[in-house]
Design a protein around this ligand. Sequence first.
Ligand SMILES: [Zn+2]
Length: 302
Amino acid sequence: MSAKETGRIVSWHGNPSKPLYTPPPGAIDAHCHVFGPMADFPFSAKAKYLPQDAGPDMLFALRDHLGFARNVIVQASCHGTDNAATLDAIAKSNGPDGIQRARGVAVVDPAISDAELAALHDGGMRGIRFNFLKRLVDDAPKDKFLEVAQRLPAGWHVVIYFEADILEELRPFMDAIPVPLVIDHMGRPDVTQGPDGAEMKAFRAFLDSRDDIWFKATCPDRLDPNGDPWNSFADAVAPLVADYQDRVLWGTDWPHPNMQDAIPDDGHLVDMIPRIAPTADLQRKLLINNPMRLYWPEEISA
Ligand SMILES: [Zn+2]
């Protein structure tokens, strides 16, 4: 059945181009998702969108096509707080050498037990995500979020997704989180304001408030209303990457939840990398060193 017949949407490119840019060996796509497959992993009853299947086989085929070695899979909101699909994808990422080539970020019910958190760690999760996008979640109880953030397994971080207009409102909450923060898509600044725009300045002030706030220089397709080749994104984000080069991550955001009306070509997304990180040194930090520190620290600790 087609997407129209089932009401399930397709939000990803069916035949993404081969990027012109070749990532360095070991490069990590540090923000992507899986959807289902629904027959094995039904979507949440509270899901705000119902996608077609985009399972681990598709994700790993794209990883290889784009020239990446590993993924960080973020639990998609359509799966609610049941992390089974993400854990399944992580388990299937294991290479013949036994190395887990994916790690994950979970979404949890704040009442989760410590034993359940430990089980998520064993399954490859290294953080939890709090989503403050009103169109994606019904409620975001800050007091309960803070409680669970205070009892995460060692080495975990908190990923936060919000839009620029609530940055200040969220500050007391985020300031109280005792583990590193990773901000999805830079808190969605208006990139058409340029690198010195008010929202980018506010985000820089936030980054300057703590040295353990990381961010993802991701989603030109969501942030640049002028579309591919996303020149406003490149202009606004390159200086941020240069100035905070030890705490920035990159990812495709495949399968681009909810982007069915402006589906990006993933090859073009990869070609954004040298525009925001023009030197080999910056690219190595963005694609390898930084995500390794958050997700595979056991491989770099000497
Ligand atoms: Zn995403």
